[in-house]
Design a protein around this ligand. Structure first.
Ligand code: GSH
Length: 211
């Protein structure tokens, strides 16, 4: 298997954590997003969306979309389960993951911020756009987990929701969003995740391409 990603890509970070949690050996290739390497013809031939991550499986099979990749890994390597519990528990975990992966991250993604700049929004405006998106989204996430959070987002075991939350908190820090003061429950979950080696070793700053 080969993971195509970038150290600061939060979607790649989700997959790194899943691979590490499940102990799946793999190679990696990195693309410097701010240089547009994800839109080079060779990579577009793999993923026409020009986005990372993508996971090459061999025999011509390739998967895109971090949540689909995580669920694929979860089916092949069921321990530890990323979607534990009954149908309701699984759907709730998926919903939490999607709050981040569908409704926060895409709105503050690099190409959207670049497009805003192209429409004449200045740097401060673009940064504020990202901050508001993250602040509102994380506040909603925090309220949503009020009834199910334990040590982690949904109870006392790591789930797919945490694989999305921890990378999104890294982006929150990058954009200067003070979630630790406003949303201490999320900071506590992040701290609990970092006690797990798979999360600690997947942090952007310790990846080989972090330079
Ligand atoms: N929904 C996709 C999102 C992938 C995505 O947006 N990746 C970002 C990095 S986190 C990217 O490649 N951005 C490049 C760009 O915006 O040009 C997933 O979950 O895999």
């Amino acid at each position: 298997m080969k993971l195509h990603g970038f150290h600061r890509s939060t979607a790649s970070y989700r997959v790194r954590i899943a691979l590490a949690l499940k102990g799946v050996a793999h190679d990696e290739a990195w693309y410097v997003l701010r240089n547009g390497e994800q839109r080079a013809p060779d990579y577009l031939a793999l993923n026409p969306q020009g986005l990372v991550p993508a996971l090459e499986l061999g025999e011509g099979h390739l998967l895109t979309q971090s949540l689909a990749i995580c669920e694929y890994l979860d089916e092949l390597w069921p321990e530890p389960p990323l979607l534990p519990g009954d149908a309701f528990a699984k759907a709730r975990i998926r919903a939490l993951a999607q709050v981040i992966a569908c409704d926060i991250h895409p709105v503050q993604n690099l190409k959207i911020l670049a497009r805003l700049k192209g429409f004449g929004v200045d740097d401060a405006g673009v940064e504020r756009w990202a901050q508001i998106t993250i602040e509102e989204g994380l506040a909603a996430y925090d309220t949503l987990i009020a009834s199910c959070a334990g040590r982690f987002s949904a109870g006392d075991t790591v789930t797919l929701a945490d694989l999305c939350l921890v990378p999104q908190l890294a982006n929150a820090r990058r954009f200067g969003v003070d979630y630790a003061t406003r949303l201490p429950r999320l900071a506590a979950i992040e701290a609990a995740c970092f006690e797990i080696e798979a999360f600690a070793s997947s942090r952007p700053e310790v990846q080989p391409d972090a330079g």
